[in-house]
Design a protein around this ligand. Structure first.
Ligand code: SF4
Ligand code: SF4
Length: 705
């Protein structure tokens, strides 16, 4: 009979099948172990990265993003194909081991899979092999015929990887055919010999192959059987050993990458793990300059990227033709690792990354918006790497011309405009504002419950000061006992840090932290998402911090804020999610709830909103830096708003306001489109009836005074 024993017992050439397969196993496993060991060399020489905490949270990431394939459906066709392939592989894991083992131990039965359970498992795997095969065919056709734009490799980023991708897809298809042919030939042999036939799943690949083979001679079936087994073995080990040379290495590394993924949002990695701020002066070199300055986790990212192009497809810098495409930050680094850490011979890590594989403008082009990280199904990180590369450039004195002045001003005056500290609170002196709202400066004995942290752009930019005044009026309206730091406030340093100037950031942070602590406030409110992110994630031991949109939303719910209906019912509003409020801090609903609470306000969503919001271009000191680009990000955003049918863009960030208002002018849409900050709009619409009782007055009433 043509039985599985034959694979081990047949003597095709000089040695028995068992010996042949044993040799293949040993060669395959040893080669794979050697290749992986060589791939681990750069990781072992890399900078440390503390990713061994919170095992349960990490396991949760593996389950959610790995096993449940959480992010894949964001791209429907490719996502569904991937989910089928992944599910197919999961089903086939045990079968693959079983098939490998029976080549040397013909009587082997997978524990728990004898009898009926084994039969059911075989049916499942027949279908799994069929599905994976079909998915490979579809994926090959998609790549060759439909060619989704995001797979293309622009010339400036290197050579196309299409041939490699197709080759790997074809290898998996061959593996599925070999696996199915093996089962089909065995079943056909059983039919021919009148033995009890192992049922194959109807209309599966093995079932169809069996139907084709059943009339073949017994000796031909034996050849098919042995040939299919040999093909399966060789393809399996070839694939295993070839994968670490290209994009398919993610099959091996991605679950580890998910486990060690970053847990917090909005945070930045320290300059060096294990070195406290106080000891940073002992660090010889800041940031990433050569490949081994990356952390081992960042190198694992390079190996884990599946080259799916989703990050770059969502990157605003890439969309406007800046010289940055996050996918190639990874691919170029992986190619570098493959080239400079060869399979044989010594590693060579002498080249400076900037100038060799990355250009300066490429690294300065990032707004740290986080769209790439939000989209990546394998949680590959970009912002920390970009900031580390910037730290390296700054350490070498490599600062773009246009940023030198604002950085100097931040150092000497605590703001990027170089304006006097004593003018920081001048925005409260506008006549009409002063008459309606008094803002305390929290110095000396002047105390308050809440600090309104204003930050530089709102303090000094004439247009943006209006957001500051609106914020103060809202806090005043709801009876909040609040004040500002005035001249004692310096820039929060959020952009400075993301620009890579860690030492300057630390000086600003320490100054502000001391000033905030001296006020004794119980909470901090800000209207600037960058400030919010800095105080929440970059500073330590601060009182709770809230964005003004959260305050308004909660006071709308409490009934302290009621809105008048909009005057012009023809206006259509759309909300632009600022990156540091939305993606980095997950505040999506509060601003929308506020807008929806305004009677008569018509609101539409842009095609890219919430976690897919499109950056206005303002993050990471970009107000002072003009990278090469074909179009402004803000212009693209304004066009998206127009396409959604809106004529008013509401945002909740001073940086967005600067960029969007500017973009409206550049796009020639003045008169057709306007922009307003959420705080400005809310303040304008507040129904001011009976004065709301202030917090301290309430306390007095409660105490019966
Ligand atoms: S953070 Fe934003 S700008 Fe930077 S690479 Fe990612 S998507 Fe592009
Ligand atoms: S980094 Fe992530 S999203 Fe970007 S190409 Fe790689 S796997 Fe795809």
């Amino acid at each position: 009979m043509v039985g599985i024993e034959l694979a081990a017992q047949v003597t095709p050439w000089l040695a028995s099948g068992r010996t042949l397969f044993l040799i293949i196993h040993l060669l395959g496993i040893t080669s794979f172990a050697y290749i992986v060991a060589r791939r681990l060399v750069p990781l072992l020489r890399a900078e440390p990265d503390l990713r061994f905490d919170q095992p349960l949270a990490r396991l949760g990431k593996v389950l959610k993003f790995g096993l449940a394939q959480w992010k894949h459906p964001r791209y429907r066709t490719a996502g569904i194909i991937h989910i089928f392939i992944f599910a197919g592989f999961i089903c086939l894991v045990l079968r693959a081991f079983y098939v490998l083992i029976v080549g040397v131990s013909e009587n082997f039965v997978m524990p728990g899979l004898s009898g009926e359970a084994g039969h059911i498992y075989n049916i499942i795997t027949d279908y799994a092999a069929t599905v994976v095969f079909l998915c490979m065919v579809i994926a090959i056709v998609r790549r060759l015929v439909f060619k989704p734009a995001r797979y293309a490799v622009p010339e400036k980023f290197g050579k196309a990887h299409i041939a490699d991708a197709i080759f790997l897809l074809a290898l998996i298809a061959i593996l599925m055919v070999a696996d199915s042919l093996f089962a089909a030939a065995r079943a056909a042999g059983q039919v021919q010999q009148g033995q009890s036939v192992e049922l194959l799943a109807a209309w599966s690949l093995p079932w169809m192959l069996q139907s084709l083979l059943v009339s073949s001679s017994l000796s031909a079936l034996k050849d098919f059987y042995f040939g299919a087994y040999l093909l399966h073995e060789v393809t399996f080990y070839f694939l295993l050993c070839y994968r670490p040379f290209g994009i398919q290495f993610h099959v091996e590394t991605s679950l580890f990458n998910l486990y060690f993924a970053k847990l917090g949002r909005g945070t930045l990695k320290p300059v060096k793990y294990g070195v406290s701020d106080e000891h940073l002066d002992q660090v010889k070199s800041f940031g990433v300059k050569t490949f081994e300055d990356f952390t081992w986790k960042h190198m694992l990212d390079f190996y884990s990227c599946a080259d799916c192009g989703r990050c770059s497809d969502n990157c605003p810098a890439n969309a406007v033709g800046r010289p940055l495409s996050p996918r190639f930050i990874t691919i170029k680094a992986r190619d570098y690792a493959f080239q400079h850490y060869p399979m044989f011979g010594k590693p060579d890590n002498h080249k400076a990354l900037i100038g060799d594989i990355y250009s300066e403008d490429e690294i300065w082009s990032c707004t740290t918006c986080g769209a790439c990280e939000e989209e990546c199904p394998l949680l590959v990180e970009y912002i920390d790497k970009v900031v580390d590369l910037r730290r390296g450039m700054i350490d070498d004195g490599n600062v773009p011309q246009s940023l030198q002045k604002p950085l100097k001003a931040l150092e000497s005056r605590g703001n990027p405009y170089g304006k006097m500290e004593k003018k920081r609170a001048d925005w409260v002196n506008a006549n009409d504002f002063r008459q309606t709202c008094q803002v305390k400066t929290l110095v000396g004995k002047s105390k308050a419950d809440t600090l309104y942290f204003v930050d530089s752009v709102t303090s000094y930019d004439d247009r943006i000061q209006s957001i500051g005044r609106a914020t103060a009026k809202i806090l005043d309206h709801v009876g909040e006992d609040f004040g500002i730091l005035g001249a004692a406030e310096k820039d929060s340093g959020h952009e400075v840090r993301r620009f890579g100037e860690e030492t300057l950031f630390m000086a600003l942070r320490d100054h502000n932290a001391e000033a905030i602590k001296a006020t004794g406030v119980k909470r901090i409110v800000t209207a600037d998402p960058h400030t919010y992110n800095a105080l929440k994630h970059d500073y330590k031991d601060m009182p709770p911090v809230e964005h003004i949109s959260q305050v308004i939303a909660s006071e709308v719910k409490s009934g302290k804020i009621k809105f008048n209906a909009v005057e012009n019912g023809n206006n259509v509003y759309t909300y632009h999610d600022p990156c540091y409020l939305g993606r980095h801090n997950q505040i999506y609903d509060d601003p929308r709830d506020v807008l929806d609470a305004i009677p008569g306000l018509k609101r539409v969503e842009m095609s890219r909103s919430r976690d897919r919001s499109f950056c206005c271009g303002g993050g990471g000191l970009m107000l002072f830096y003009e990278p090469k680009e074909e179009q402004r990000m803000g212009v693209k955003r304004v066009q998206m708003a127009a396409a959604a049918g809106a004529n008013v863009i509401v945002t909740a960030c001073p940086f967005c306001m600067v960029n969007i208002e500017d973009a409206i002018k550049v796009a020639g849409m003045e008169g057709k489109m306007t922009a307003i900050d959420l705080a400005e709009l809310a303040e304008q619409q507040i129904a001011r009836g009976k004065p709301v009782v202030k917090a301290e007055q309430t306390a007095e009433i409660v105490a019966g005074r």
